[in-house]
Structure formats: C-alpha cells, structure tokens
Design a protein around this ligand. Structure first.
Ligand code: ZN
Length: 254
C-alpha cells in the first residue's frame, strides 16, 4: 500500500534537525509521496530546495492567505518564481482565503487579490491548487466557479456540511488530517466525501490531540488518517489506501 501526505510544511524549523529521520519514518510505513506546501517567498524557495534534495518530497509553492492579508509586497516575485520553476512544481499551494484571520476589509481584499492571481496561474500553467479555506469555503468556491477551475484540492476542510457537498459536487478533492481520529465533526464531514475525491494529509507541524498529543506531527501519521477514513467508510485499509493513492495520481501526477 502506498501512502501519501498531500499537505505539510517540511521547511518548518521543527523539522530542521530531524528531517532525515522524519522522512525515514515516513518511508518505513509506506509513504511514497509528500507534498510540501509553501506560504511565502522564503518558504517557496525552501520548498523547492527540499524537493530537489529528497525524491519523496513534491513541491507546491504560492502565497498563503495569512501572508497576503498583511501585504502583497511579495506577490510579483512569487508569481515570477512559480512561472520560472513550473517544471519542478506539482501544484500551487498553499493558497486560498481565511476569514478567521482576515484583518478587516483591507486584509480580506488582499487575500482575494492574491488568491485570484494564484488561480489564474494555475490555469495558465495547468497546475492544481492546494487550497486553504477556513471559514471561507463558499468565497473560495465562488472564485473557482468564476474561473471555471477543475483541478482543486481543499485541504483540512472545516466548513459546514452544505458547503462541503457543493465542493464535492464540483469534483474537487478534499483531505483530512489526524484531527479525524478524535473530532466527531471532522468524521461527519469525511463521510460526505466520495471515495474518489478523498485524500490524506497531516498539515505538520500543526500539533494534534488524541494519539499524537505532545508529539511532533510527521508524514507517517497519514496512516492514522487512512485507518480512520477506512473505518468511517467501512472499507479495508489496503483497498482505501489504493484509492487514495490513485486520487493523488489523478490530481497531481497527470
Ligand atoms: Zn498548511
């Protein structure tokens, strides 16, 4: 069974001293692909660097809504970098909107401007979008609809069930983190996503509760996510693992 972590931030300093060990741990449980997502110019460069060093790591670069809400100073440089390194990147990410951290109307307007630019680049370069949509999934959906985007992945979806139904009806992919092992709400959401649109992720180094309480979140923990998803969907682990891997291939490797 081939496992995949479709969203993590491996350049984070928490991984700095243990990256080789973290990647070994991942390989040992069967992880064969990890999508490292950037947030700004510096982490985009760091992500490209990691991907060139480690076969297991696939790069997604872009401008995160938390970066955009403060300033768009880096936007042009990030856009240029994405175009320049288009042959190396697997996706544009982490991009999107966030209404929990919008910092007033101006902050949200900046997020929208950056996100639209990332969407346009995705279409121009035919790259999928790895999307952050906290409390803003309907705004994200609206923009994707305007641009007629086909290749999109909503990472760690936490909005309402109704909006999730719209997301999956558009054919977009949705991933879940280790929070699914203890969050009833996330478990209910996961049930709504058709098997052909499900993906696994960790969003490391974001910390989790449950079994992972007090531990560093690593790509190997996608196995816990897959086990819970298999239970929720009443499937064999191997069977669902193969489906999730194929979903990853369909969206990101074709
Ligand atoms: Zn993230």
């Amino acid at each position: 069974m081939r496992l995949v972590d479709t969203h993590i931030h491996l350049y984070d300093e928490k991984y700095l001293n243990s990256l080789d060990e973290v990647l070994d741990n991942a390989r040992n449980v069967g992880v064969e692909a990890i999508i490292c997502n950037a947030e700004d110019l510096e982490s985009s460069l760091a992500t490209l660097d990691l991907a060139s060093k480690y076969d297991l790591v696939y790069p997604a670069i872009g401008m995160h809504p938390w970066t955009a809400l403060h300033s768009l100073d880096e936007l042009d440089e990030i856009v240029a970098l994405i175009r320049e390194r288009r042959g190396e990147i697997i996706a544009i990410g982490e991009v999107g909107l966030d209404k929990k951290y919008e910092s007033g109307e101006k902050g949200f307007a900046r997020q929208v401007e950056a996100f639209k630019k990332m969407v346009e680049l995705g279409l121009e370069l035919d790259k999928p979008l790895n999307i952050h949509s906290r409390r803003a999934a309907s705004d994200v959906l609206e923009i994707l609809g305007v641009y007629n985007v086909e290749k999109a992945h909503f990472h760690w979806f936490t909005d309402d069930e109704d909006i999730l139904r719209e997301v999956v009806s558009m054919g977009y992919y949705v991933s879940f983190t280790p929070s699914i092992t203890y969050s009833k709400r996330n478990q209910r959401l996961a049930k709504i996503v058709p098997l052909e649109q499900l993906l696994t992720e960790t969003d490391g180094p974001v910390p989790f509760y449950g079994e992972l309480k007090g531990r560093l979140t690593e790509p190997m923990h996608v196995k816990l996510v897959l086990e819970k998803l298999a239970e929720i969907h009443g499937m064999e682990l191997d069977e669902l693992g193969n489906i999730v891997w194929r979903n990853f291939e369909k969206l990101y490797l074709k």
